[in-house]
Ligand binder design. Structure first.
Ligand code: THU
Length: 149
């Protein structure tokens, strides 16, 4: 595993510790690498009105946007897994972003004119599968379709 991937997966694992996921008991953490080397993280935030829940990747992208850094996202690491009794994510199977999160990541990718790297990791272990966003969301609809970016 490269240093960059290790850093992102470690940060995503740390972020997952703050998941608010009492309903699914599935904790997800996401870490965004920005073009200056800094990292922005997020974790899923569920809601008693289940459909209002927010995914970790969406929370992380919204946080970067709120810091004025939407265009600066270079890569993302995501991990997730079923929570144990202590509330920690478990498991060795990599998690990849849901369809809605792929579209949210695409907004950042197109605004920054980058084919963002998406590193999908697990709560524990070294398994990581890496994709370009263009492979996860081919022929994406985005800002450029509306003449933006
Ligand atoms: N979840 C994420 O945070 N990211 C994804 O890409 C997939 C799903 C969250 C949503 C919900 O809180 C829990 O995982 C179970 O679906």
């Amino acid at each position: 595993m490269s240093d960059e991937i290790r850093r992102l997966i470690d940060a995503a694992r740390q972020a997952a510790r703050h998941a608010h996921a009492p309903y699914s008991r599935f904790a997800v953490g996401a870490a965004l690498l920005l073009d200056d080397g800094s990292i922005v993280t997020g974790a899923n935030v569920e809601n008693a009105s289940y459909g209002l829940s927010l995914c970790a990747e969406t929370v992380a992208v919204a946080t970067a946007s709120a810091q004025g850094r939407l265009k600066d996202i270079v890569a993302i690491g995501v991990i997730g897994g079923a929570m144990d009794e202590a509330g920690h994510a478990t498991g060795t199977t990599p998690v990849s972003p849901c369809g809605r999160c792929r579209q949210v990541i695409n907004e950042a990718a197109q605004m920054g004119h980058r084919d963002v790297l998406v590193h999908c990791g697990a709560a524990t272990g070294d398994a990581v599968t890496s994709y370009r966003l263009s492979a996860l969301l081919p022929d994406a609809f985005g800002p450029s379709d509306l003449g933006i970016g």
